[in-house]
Design a binder for this molecule. Sequence first.
Ligand code: BTN
Length: 326
Amino acid sequence: MKDRILQMLRETEGFLSGQEICKRLSVSRTAVWKGISQLREEGYRIEAVNNKGYRLLETPDVMYEQELKSILHTEWFGSRILYFDSIDSTNNELKRQAEKQVCHGMVAVAEEQTAGRGRRGHAWVSPPGTGIWISFLLTPDISPDKASMLTLVAAMAVSKAIHEVTGLKAEIKWPNDIVVNKKKVCGMLTELSAEMTRVNYVVIGIGINANTTEFSDDIKDMATSLYLESGKHVNRATVIEAMGRYFEQYYDEFIKAGDLSPLAKEYNELLVNAGRQVRVIAQDGEKQYRAVGINAEGELIVEDADGTESTIRSGEVSVRGLYGYV
Ligand code: BTN
């Protein structure tokens, strides 16, 4: 009931009369008042004015299922939403869910992760109240060797969402870290379940430092948050809404084309490495190149000192700036 009232308030510009809510939901005035009180207890600021009705002034910074459902404008992203106050890892949770049922667009989001995972076996510190710890499950009809391209699609969606919501210039450090002012605000962990020729499902896990106010000494030189860079507290559900919307749009283009060809130009405009010197760190050593941009496969095109071009694939190497992270 309160969810439907919230939805109606969101869809109304200005005031919505109590009578109108009663009519649309076929309930009593007391029931409406109860719903409004519950929403206020949850932190929604709702103004009530005699003869005018109710108006939603402010939403709390929560990522509950009901909040995300009422804010999302997507067709399949968030087809199911699982919210947790605390969980080991949202990626783990979606993989557990997939053992029971694979549902394209299913989202798991948590206030806190107790065993958040980063790439290359690193831990991902995920305290409550500050970050967006979210994963979503996809069932793309693509061959397994193309699955890694999906994380570049996700990087574009996150970059665009951050820019839309905060106004910050959020660039992509190839293949899928998001950086603001050369420091990392977001990392992604993509996991694949596949057979030889077909994908069962892909889980994309995204960690965004949204309202983090400080970082530990070991990462503070290369990590930052949306709050630290913009000086403003960020409503996390708003970022998720924009990310879901962009992701659906880019994902559809990617699936239609079968590669990143329709997206590469826009990706390269967001690429912080473009035109810069990078160190490519592989198992057998380190080499210096100038980064050019990605190709339709999502590989990074690099140029050596003689101007000879080659491509590098994600997963095999890590790319750093000459003097630091970017
Ligand atoms: C990295 O840059 O190392 C990747 C970090 C990925 C973190 C996210 S938070 C949500 C999801 N659940 C996890 O355990 N990891 C990803």
